[in-house]
Ligand binder design. Structure first.
Ligand code: HEC
Length: 146
């Protein structure tokens, strides 16, 4: 059966676990990523979409250190270095494919980068609007290249 990525977005919650070991109290904070169905969104600019759907992992500045990072096995990519890592040319088409989910990022292993095509379709009135949102994100990411 084909693996289908459910539309979702992320919430972080901190669970405080108290453990008592040999008379000394040790407080431990554990971060858990909760997934939910995406809600209709009013975000329409690349900047808003990025904050709403990407910043939790990739960080507000795109450098890959968002609040969800500590709960991930792989570090999110530094999104400000994409042009630099692609022979100084921003790969629009490839970015579009990665975000939509038509291009797998890692050939194997467990891939923690969510696939967004279905999410943007589900939060938008129709498929065209969903793809417009992906385009806006691709342009936004181009604007943060260093
Ligand atoms: C749950 C955390 C998480 C969220 C949310 C997330 N990403 Fe990622 N992203 C990752 C991780 C982890 C990687 C690195 C994947 C790997 O190395 O296998 C990554 C990698 C990427 C890459 C690099 C792919 C490459 O091959 O260079 C791009 C581009 C990207 N993400 C864009 C986005 C965009 C745009 C959004 C928001 C729509 C987003 N990400 C939301 C975790 C996330």
């Amino acid at each position: 059966m084909k693996r289908v990525f459910r539309p979702y977005y992320l919430l972080l919650s901190a669970i405080l676990t108290m453990t008592v070991i040999a008379g000394s109290a040790v407080a431990q904070t554990k971060k858990v990523i909760k997934t939910e169905n995406a809600r209709p969104s009013s975000a329409w600019t690349g900047d808003q979409l990025y904050k709403e759907f990407c910043a939790a992992c990739h960080g507000a500045d795109g450098k890959g250190n968002g609040p969800a990072t500590s709960a991930l096995k792989n570090n999110p990519t530094d999104l400000t270095q994409i042009t630099r890592h692609n022979s100084s040319k921003y790969p629009d088409a490839k970015m579009h494919d990665i975000i939509l989910g038509t291009q797998a990022i890692a050939a194997h292993g467990n891939n923690e980068m969510p696939v967004w095509g279905d999410v943007f379709k589900s939060i938008s009135a129709n498929q065209t609007f969903g793809e417009m949102r992906v385009d806006m994100l691709v342009k936004y990411l181009q604007s943060i290249q260093r």
